[in-house]
Write a protein that binds this ligand. Structure first.
Ligand SMILES: [Zn+2]
Length: 268
């Protein structure tokens, strides 16, 4: 199996025993020798039907409610994410008038918050949920548009191939802003007790793997906001972004981290 981020060789890293949880038993995680990205080979080898069944079983246990057993901070994090997106929009760092999409939006709560609190209209797209609510756009509607603002939260850890990343980058405009939340580490720990090893977390990113995507898809600067654990990737206007962020940090020190290039905030 080749790394789907950088195409380098991978090796078995560790095997977790889920002891029958959602019918999962032994799950093999493979690590890229170049970028350190880790993918579950067991999930990658599932049929499409098995993978969809697993997601359905896991997600139906909490979506549409305000709590998640494995992720108790879910709703408060979404609120913080809506607030920081709204604030960066007010500061014109994010172009509010450009079309918006929340790619892999799940039950669409973040898009609802942005509409309610900031009057931002966000297209909701989710491959697995588009048929269940008229507020969602279909795949063909989405790929027919070009978006200036693309939100992607708690999704990259579920991607079994590079295809969804390519899809997102194809619909993002040349001046588009990519807003992403996923867990990123300097190195993925070889630790069977790690809290992040959940039944549908299959893709574990490192700073190196994210930096590869950042550069490949033409981004130049990034901002990380620790409180909401959101990254904002910019393809242009980087001098303006840097200036605004500097002023914001003078008001409240340490709230944002800016870098020309990928902001590798998490170093542990
Ligand atoms: Zn790699």
């Amino acid at each position: 199996m080749k790394c789907y981020v950088c195409s380098s060789e991978t090796r078995p890293f560790f095997t977790e025993n889920f002891e029958g949880l959602y019918r999962l038993k032994f799950v093999e995680y493979w690590k890229c020798l170049n970028c350190g990205f880790v993918l579950s080979k067991t999930h990658r080898d599932m049929s499409q039907g098995q993978w969809e069944e697993l997601n359905e079983a896991v997600h139906s246990s909490f979506q549409g409610t305000d709590s998640a057993k494995d992720d108790p901070k879910w709703l408060s994090r979404l609120t913080k994410q809506a607030n920081v997106i709204g604030r960066l929009t007010e500061l014109r760092v994010i172009p509010v008038d450009a079309p918006w999409v929340d790619y892999a939006c799940g039950d669409g709560q973040l898009a609802c918050m942005l509409k309610d609190k900031f009057a931002i209209e966000v297209d909701k797209y989710d491959r697995y949920m588009s048929s269940c609510d008229s507020g969602y756009i279909t795949y063909s509607q989405m790929i027919a548009k070009e978006y200036g603002n693309l939100i992607n939260t708690s999704a990259m850890e579920h991607f079994l191939s590079i295809d969804p990343v390519k899809e997102m980058m194809n619909i993002l405009s040349d001046s588009g802003v990519f807003m992403v939340h996923t867990l990123v580490r300097e190195n993925i720990p070889c630790d069977l007790q790690w809290f992040y090893l959940l039944p549908v977390h299959v893709a574990l990113h490192t700073n190196r793997s994210m930096a590869i995507l950042f550069e490949r898809y033409g981004f130049e600067a990034s901002v990380y906001h620790p409180e909401s654990t959101m990254w904002f990737w910019f393809r242009n206007s980087t001098d303006f972004v840097e200036k605004v962020i500097r002023v914001q940090n003078e008001l409240i020190p340490g709230q944002f981290f800016f870098r020309n290039g990928f902001m590798d905030y998490w170093k542990q």
